[in-house]
Write a protein that binds this ligand. Structure first.
Ligand code: SF4
Ligand code: SF4
Length: 396
């Protein structure tokens, strides 16, 4: 995801801020937030500060800003139960941080508020009826499916960079303040914080849903040592719908709002380092990185918004590519083609492991991919080799 500086308007930053400072916000003669302490000589309208942050954020490609309180104590019971049931699989970092995820002030001492940010990621050129197109692709065994969010630039890089730019602008507006930006990068209860700050509600698939944007967006946070007015949460709108639960190929949504990550194809293809359990290989179908099924069937995603950034446009080979072509990539080619992409994070062996499973599923459905698989029957990686041999055995 190469940065799109045409949207960021970095060079306009100081102009935007000066304009604000000359207005009704905090100017040099009106006092600053400084290290989280409001200058007592001046009453600062924090609602106006939030409005200005929202305006900055829109210029940086974010769709919505909210403010959450640091009190997540009511989420602790659910988090502990999820961990105790082992639903996090081998994502050991989830357990090792324990309740720090639900205690923002333990993660970043001095935090008084959390600014939450939402950024839509549906690629710019996405046609209407994209859900139907994506669902149809799942019935094309020779094609490898990469989750929509991962077809472009690594969102970690995009969001972190833009959250930092947003923080810089806020500092210019209110003065120096303590802050730390996060996006899927630390023990942060992202969806919970977003839900509490009015960004949407938790769908039965556990992702956040927004009435105007569905669920195809990234989340990020800025922990700040400034007290800001908390945004109102919104009501849930899933009603009696169970489409996401019913469609899940591996039955990973074990109950409304409860996901067993160990069964989820997103987890298995991305986070899970070892062999993919046999029971999940056939349900994986042709999904080689992530899974969008529960989002594709969600009625609210007819409102999913296209990104204003080019960063999430699909790169060559990441959409509509044949499995045998992807399987031929050398490690050097994999590293080159996935530079700046989230896919690079899983490494070459996991990438080939996933493709081998999809090729096995294609073979079972009568697509002759035997030659491509045989080439790797003595693959130097024991992990890949085992999956290739499993795939060859699907030729019934
Ligand atoms: S991402 Fe796929 S496997 Fe995971 S819960 Fe959703 S539908 Fe199920
Ligand atoms: S598919 Fe239905 S139940 Fe699932 S998140 Fe969407 S609206 Fe809620």
């Amino acid at each position: 995801m190469q940065g799109n500086e045409s949207i960021g308007n970095i060079n306009l930053c100081s102009q935007v801020c000066r304009k604000s400072l000359s207005g009704c916000l905090v100017g040099p003669d009106k006092g600053f937030y400084n290290g989280g302490v409001t200058n007592n000589s001046t009453q600062i309208d924090s609602n106006l500060v939030v409005s200005q942050i929202q305006a900055f954020a829109r210029e940086l490609g974010f769709s919505q800003i909210g403010v959450a309180s640091v009190d997540l104590s009511s989420a602790e019971t659910g988090l502990l139960a999820w961990l105790q049931q082992g639903f996090h699989g081998d994502m050991a970092y989830m357990a090792s941080h324990g309740l720090k995820r639900a205690r923002p002030t333990e993660l970043v001492p001095g935090t008084l508020s959390i600014i939450t940010a939402r950024m839509d990621y549906l690629p710019r050129a996405t046609s209407d009826g994209w859900q139907t197109v994506e669902i149809a692709r799942l019935s094309q065994p020779p094609e490898g499916i990469v989750s929509i969010y991962a077809r472009g630039r690594d969102y970690h890089k995009v969001l972190r960079n833009r959250l930092q730019q947003l923080s810089d602008r806020v500092a210019f507006l209110i003065g120096p303040f303590g802050h730390r930006v996060f996006t899927d990068s630390a023990p942060v209860l992202e969806a919970e914080l977003a839900a509490r700050s009015g960004q949407g509600w938790r769908g039965k698939h556990t992702l956040l849903l927004n009435r105007e944007a569905g669920s195809l967006f990234f989340l990020g946070e800025i922990y700040v040592d400034v007290s800001l007015p908390v945004s109102d949460p919104v009501q849930a709108h899933c009603g009696t719908c169970t489409a996401c639960i019913d469609v899940c190929p591996t039955r990973a949504i074990v109950a409304p709002h409860r996901l067993d990550a160990r069964r989820c194809i997103s987890y298995l293809t991305i986070e899970h380092a070892g062999a993919i359990p046999l029971e999940f290989r056939e349900p994986m179908g042709n999904r080689i990185y992530g899974c969008d099924d529960c989002q594709l069937v969600c009625p609210w995603n007819k409102f999913a918004q296209r990104s204003v950034l080019p960063d999430f446009d699909p790169r060559e080979g990441m959409s509509g590519q044949q499995l045998v072509v992807l399987f031929e990539w050398t490690e050097a080619e994999f590293l080159k083609r996935t530079e700046g992409s989230p896919i690079r994070r899983i490494g070459f062996d996991r990438w080939q492991r996933n493709i081998a499973v999809a090729l096995g599923n294609a073979l079972r459905q009568g697509v002759d991919v035997t030659a491509a698989l045989r080439r790797y029957a003595d693959h130097p990686s024991a992990l890949v080799r085992e999956h290739v041999l499993w795939a060859l055995a699907q030729n019934m």
